[in-house]
Design a protein around this ligand. Sequence first.
Ligand code: FAD
Length: 366
Amino acid sequence: MSANHSHTDPHTGPLTDASSVAVIGAGIAGLACTNVLTQAGQRVALFDKARGAGGRMSSKRRPDATVDLGAQAFTVRDDDFAAEVERWRGAGCIAEWPNAVYQASPSGWQPYHDGQTRYTGAPRMSAITRHLAETLTAQGAILYSATRITALTKTADGWELSCQNGDVFGPYTQVVITAPPPQAESLVQPWDNTLSSLCKHLPQQSCWAGWAVFETPLPTLPGVAPDWQMARAQHPALRLISRNATKPGRETEPESVSLIAQLDWSAAHLEEQSDAVAQQLFDALKSLFPALLAFPRVSDIGAHRWRYSQPAEDVDMPTEGFAIGRDGLALCGDSLRGGRVEDAWLSGYTLAQALLEERGSTVSPR
Ligand SMILES: Cc1cc2nc3c(=O)[nH]c(=O)nc-3n(C[C@H](O)[C@H](O)[C@H](O)COP(=O)(O)OP(=O)(O)OC[C@H]3O[C@@H](n4cnc5c(N)ncnc54)[C@H](O)[C@@H]3O)c2cc1C
């Protein structure tokens, strides 16, 4: 521990049988990684710059409603992820949603089916990451929220992590970074050229996510089920409309929509004020309804900018879906595997297994 600003961390001190691991980022990848490591008896400290776990699966509580600002729903393909999703179902933090999806354009709405089952967090997307964070802390992992890691330092005893207020955590034998590559790059750059170069080759796209809360429900559209849940928008600004009060556990909330912007539109409007962006996304929503239909009054409107929302198209991701560097540094997260909730979870999960294998440890049965 560094002298003046050292932080009391029960995970540090003399290392005994189990290694001490720092995981930077408590999104789904960091939580999945931590889960495997703690179950195998590793001591893990998890850091996130935000006030809680969740990352791009976070939800925003507004005075009257809760809106999901990142992922709205996710699919399941991999068997290990399917088993995990069953555990989430057992814990009551997910449900199937949506099953009434439309394709919406100013010229009309058509039902949309792609045959995929999707799930969402219940009663909000962040219920999943909250459940995981609570499980991990009960298993002995420590979550340091509101703690932005600004630098790593290699010492004779391991890695020390400096955070924004001058506190220093560590030493740790292993550091796993799950922050999107442009943010991870500044941490690894002084220490590992290969990881640093990988981060530079994994650019991210930005995305605005708006919301609006209404005083009364949206008007019923001719030929569209009144309880439609999600619409894929064919509009230059708007990509997806998600009706939050149709999500499981939010039935008593007033009508609210999450409005996910098109990626190229987001890039072109990246530095605009959030109020102006929210208004433009709201106008885009209105343009998908017939002009004659009276639109309900809005009680709350806003927009959140995800500077790093998903990997750019056509990037070469590592085949393993994670990267292990030198001297105990490693990277994981959706950006190294594919850009979806499932990819992020698998990236953290498989990295943790690879790290345990390197050390000759085994994953405990769940
Ligand atoms: C608008 C939007 C819509 C989406 N829709 C879908 C969808 O419908 N289906 C789907 O499957 N996926 C969707 N996704 C993608 C999905 O949300 C992500 O793939 C997944 O949540 C990424 O998880 P992660 O753990 O890799 O990264 P993140 O969730 O970004 O976690 C990284 C964490 O690191 C923290 N962090 C960063 N830097 C530091 C630092 N220096 N110190 C400490 N902490 C730090 C961040 O605060 C964050 O919590 C969507 C994403 C967005 C933005």
